[in-house]
Design a protein around this ligand. Structure first.
Ligand SMILES: NC(=O)c1ccc[n+]([C@@H]2O[C@H](COP(=O)([O-])OP(=O)(O)OC[C@H]3O[C@@H](n4cnc5c(N)ncnc54)[C@H](O)[C@@H]3O)[C@@H](O)[C@H]2O)c1
Length: 398
């Protein structure tokens, strides 16, 4: 039977699946390949797309872009992807591809985003959106002037632990929140006797590296979305390990900090302290952990887990250095149940962005939000260089 022989009502009920072409630049990288291509876009494609809140369905079609045709061909073949190219300009000129997604090294991002905005593409990008606030704001302004929708990765907000934390905050559990203490980090090998598990550019300022540029954009959106916008920062950046070995086993001198110790004052009066370190050995349940204290209760959350201690379950320790304290403090905490299925955070954000793009609804995590993350990183570096607290100015378009 051909389409033309279908009864009219059968045609009307046939599911319409709109296919959205996405240029994916930087898919050979760690984030581009695993989180964005495999865990998000291919996962969406392979399940036949997603259903939007208006009942319509969309699916995705990736176009892989990169510098090495060989690498792209390999990835394309492995995952049944038809389209790949090393010619970004040609990809941007082709109207079949509606969204430009960027997972390049930070240094290469602004140039590519400028081109994609000029080509009128919808933008979805990794953080940090640029290397300087001026450039990040310029990109946000260019996109606003061109009328293109933009999205910036805010993946940590989608971590199960942080979603549980959001639920606790929204329920009023904490009373008045006083402070947040964050610990992020793990040991990244120097690269000589064991290969490093992060790319070497992370440790070179001249290549866009440094833990402040890498992590402060994350801290910015976590803090502003959960506790209050960041109003000031005091940070100490340290290059604890200067001798490192790169992907080829060659020695190099690290120029970018591998640890940063920050204090952030938030709108509304909450104080946050966050340590970010690639030079610490883990002694916590997870690689990131936030301890939140409020007048009515406290919580400790990680990537997945969350535990709470209500004021009614709070012990009354008395400081006495002469007596060993036999109290089991761990036992005072109760686990927060999961209660819902959380999918991969990168994918969840992709799905929300696609929905917002197709339905034309507002999207909060845009290039201006990304620029605020870059501003915090820049202010953190300035604070460390000048040895003082730096106030953050509000960022506006225009
Ligand atoms: N959201 C997160 O949790 C998270 C985590 C890690 C990294 N990131 C961000 O993702 C981006 C990529 O980081 P990564 O760890 O995947 O890096 P990576 O080095 O593994 O991958 C970088 C990609 O950029 C390409 N590339 C390198 N130099 C280039 C150049 N000069 N021109 C064009 N392409 C170039 C590489 O071929 C590769 O595809 C960075 O901006 C980083 O800040 C985000």
């Amino acid at each position: 039977m051909t389409d033309t022989t279908l009864a009219p009502d059968a045609v009307a009920t046939a599911p319409q699946v709109r296919e959205i072409g996405i240029i994916m630049n930087g898919v050979s990288g760690r984030m581009g390949y695993r989180q964005h291509l495999v865990r998000s876009i291919l996962a969406i494609r392979d399940q036949g797309g997603i259903e939007l809140s208006d009942g319509s369905k969309v699916t995705v079609k990736p176009l892989l872009v990169g510098r090495s045709a060989g690498k792209l061909a390999e990835i394309a073949a492995e995952h049944g992807i038809e389209d790949y190219t090393t010619d970004l300009d040609a990809a941007l000129a082709d109207p079949r591809w509606e969204i430009y997604a960027d997972f390049l090294v930070t240094k290469a991002r602004a140039t590519a985003l400028r081109k994609a905005i000029a080509a009128g593409k919808t933008i979805y990008t990794e953080k940090p959106t640029a290397e300087s606030t001026a450039e990040a704001l310029e990109l946000a302004n260019l996109a606003a002037a061109a009328g293109v929708k933009t999205g910036v990765v805010h993946d940590k907000l989608y971590l199960p632990g942080l979603q549980k934390l959001k639920r606790l905050i929204d329920s009023g559990y904490f009373g008045r929140i006083l402070s947040v203490r964050g610990e992020f980090g793990y040991w990244v090998f120097e690269g000589d006797w064991q290969p490093a598990q992060r790319p070497s550019w992370n440790y070179r300022t001249e290549d866009g590296g440094g833990i402040i540029v890498d992590m402060f954009p994350h801290w910015n959106y976590i803090l502003e979305n959960l506790f209050g916008g960041v109003e000031s920062v005091y940070a100490q950046a340290s290059v604890h390990i200067a001798d490192r070995w790169d992907e080829n086993g060659e020695h190099y001198t690290a120029t970018a900090e591998d640890a940063a110790y920050g204090i952030f004052e938030l709108a509304g009066g909450v104080v946050a302290q966050i340590n970010s370190s690639w030079t610490t050995r883990v002694d916590r349940d997870e690689l990131v952990q936030f301890h939140v204290d409020g007048t009515h209760g406290s919580a400790v959350v990680g990537l997945f887990g969350a535990k709470i201690q209500h004021r009614n379950a709070t012990p009354k320790p008395v400081w006495n250095p002469d007596l060993a304290d036999g109290h089991d403090y761990d036992a005072d905490w109760a686990q927060v149940p999961t209660n819902e299925i959380f999918q991969n955070g990168f994918r969840q954000q992709w799905e929300e962005f696609l929905e917002s793009y197709v339905l034309g609804t507002g999207y909060p995590f845009d290039l201006l939000a990304g620029a605020r993350g870059v501003l915090l990183a820049e202010a953190g570096l300035q604070s460390s260089a000048e040895g003082r607290k730096v106030e953050l100015r509000p960022l506006d378009l225009g």
